[in-house]
Write a protein that binds this ligand. Structure first.
Ligand code: MSP
Length: 518
């Protein structure tokens, strides 16, 4: 029987600048989800990529003094590198300047046209190049500097007058509301769903979907003076990457569309939860199952911005704290969906308390005791006591709790559940004190170590999607190689006594501030 599929996407990133923490964050959340689903046995397709057309990119290229294609070729590589350097497990990386994308988007346009949802007109109104978004006057404000800005994003707007094609978005108001009402999980978290719902209930205006004042974009089929509005171009990546319009049952599109999850930041929710489903409805294509909008990071309490010079570089974090430590912090510190603040002290506390002390020490103490005192192999247990049975039962039950939280993208709660087990395991091992039993009752020591080895294995399997490298190393000490992925199907299995274990070494170092910082 073929495995169930799971299709997850990141937004495609603008290539006007180098990647920062926001880009790493959205993709990390997808990576954790993708890895967990693979461990559950799903055939996962994880897509990321770069958004390379539009006025914003054209302006950035002009500023850099190079042709847009050369510019995007250069910057796109830095996003590809970031994905590799952060250990993301994507299956595909799409660039909107690729031929496979261009032909797919043009086909989508034709379908919208055939459905009678496109008409020709003229746009006259406010536009923010930084957001690539049109705004009503009441969504903008004039600030002290005399310039006008979009209230939601704080980006400057300019007055635009140009011939344009329009999409009949207004015709989809009722259908969209019906979608949000009949599928309450279509937009998560719930607070964001309410925001979108009231925006749509407030009335939708038709959307300008082509531009004529610059040329860096995909030409409108049949009227090449126009290039497509970059958001129509960009959103279509989720299907063009799967080979749309090849809709054969066994094609990638046939197997993976509709997407299970579009992960986005809160700033781009409207595009994904209003425009995208409306385009798909108009073209008669199935709708994605969920759009999750996460919050934004601030830096030591301040909004992150280039002008303040406080942009967080993901590479700097990884270099200072380690890749898995950074991944853990970003997923643990903030309830996923809320805004959160990055502070060095919070990062260092988590790294030392949760990772080095609670988890790392526990694993290191137990595995090295086994290695030294049980002939380097998983010991044979004697009769289990109530305490042994209790900790084994807790470790078995945590899978279900974690799976339920992951289903809702509550990554922080999944980690909370795993670390609840870590605490319980620490209490157990302190109470059982195998280091004392070594002298008084070696047979009982072996039982305790056997129980602990199993508990550590389960903790480590569940922590794997969050911290793939360190956990793979820990599991390898237990001779679990994870070929083909660490399957959760064998989560409940117990380690076989007698299997040799490798000499363990510390996996989660403590953070010690360099002297210059102390
Ligand atoms: N190109 C569009 C998306 C098109 S998808 C069809 C775009 N690109 S972007 O490069 O601006 O990247 C956006 C992603 O980074 C968003 O999910 C956004 O929310 C996220 N972040 C940007 N700054 C952020 C923070 N300070 N904190 C967390 N995420 C933030 O939008």
């Amino acid at each position: 029987m073929s495995r169930p599929t799971y299709y997850i996407t990141t937004p495609i990133y603008y290539v006007n600048d180098k990647p920062h923490i926001g880009h790493a964050y959205t993709s990390l959340a997808c990576d954790v989800m993708a890895r967990f689903k693979r461990m559950q046995g799903f055939d996962v397709h994880f897509l990321t990529g770069t958004d390379e057309h539009g006025q914003k990119i054209e302006q950035a290229a002009t500023k850099a003094g190079i042709a847009p294609q050369d510019f995007t070729d250069q910057v796109s590589v830095s996003f590809r590198d970031l994905a590799d350097d952060m250990g993301f497990s994507h299956n595909d990386f799409i660039r909107t300047t690729e031929a496979r994308h261009k032909s797919g988007v043009q086909e989508l346009w034709r379908r919208l046209e055939q459905a009678g949802t496109i008409y020709e007109g003229g746009y006259e109104g406010w536009y923010a190049v930084s957001d690539e978004a049109f705004y009503n006057e009441d969504e903008t404000e004039v600030r002290d500097d005399g310039k006008r800005y979009a209230v939601a994003s704080g980006k400057e707007v300019e007055w635009v007058v140009e011939p344009s094609y329009f999409f009949k978005l207004s015709a989809f108001q009722d259908k969209l509301i019906e979608l949000y009402e009949s599928q309450p999980d279509f937009i998560l978290p719930a607070s964001r769903r309410n925001e979108v719902m009231s925006f749509v209930k407030g009335g939708l205006r038709d959307l300008s979907i082509s531009r004529t004042t610059f040329s860096w974009g995909i030409p409108v089929p049949g009227d090449e003076k126009h290039v497509m509005y970059v958001w129509l171009d960009a959103l279509a990546n989720y299907i063009t990457a799967l080979g749309f319009p090849n809709e054969e049952k066994d094609s990638q599109y046939g197997r993976f569309w509709p997407a299970d999850l579009h992960m986005v930041g809160k700033d781009i929710l409207r595009f994904h939860a209003v425009y995208w489903p409306a385009f798909l409805m108009a073209a008669g294509l199935p709708l994605p199952k969920r759009v999750f909008a996460h919050g934004w990071w601030t830096n030591e309490g301040q909004k992150i911005s280039k002008s303040l010079g406080n942009v967080i570089d993901p590479y700097a974090l990884v270099e200072k704290y380690g890749l898995d430590q950074t991944r853990y912090f970003l997923m643990r510190e903030v309830p996923f969906g809320n805004d959160g603040d990055f502070s060095a002290s919070a990062m260092e506390t988590r790294m030392n308390a949760d990772l080095a002390n609670a988890y790392g020490n526990l694993a290191q103490r137990v595995l090295s005791m086994i290695f030294k005192n049980c002939d380097g192999a998983i010991p044979t247990p004697g009769t289990l006591t109530d305490a042994d049975e209790a900790i084994l039962a807790s470790s078995g039950a945590v899978l279900e709790k974690v799976a339920a939280q992951m289903e809702q993208q509550a990554f922080h709660r999944a980690l909370e559940a795993i670390w609840g087990l870590v605490s319980e395991a620490n209490v157990y091992v302190d109470e059982q004190a195998p280091w004392t039993l070594k002298k008084t009752d070696p047979a009982r020591m072996r039982t305790v170590l056997y129980v602990m080895a199993n508990v550590i294995r389960r903790i480590t399997l569940l922590a794997h999607p969050f911290m793939p490298t360190s956990t793979a190393k820990l599991l390898s000490f237990l001779s679990e190689t994870g070929e083909g992925g660490y399957a959760l199907a064998s989560f409940d299995a117990m380690l076989e006594p007698g299997i040799a274990i490798d000499k363990p070494s510390g996996v989660f170092p403590r953070y010690v501030a360099p002297e210059s910082e102390a």
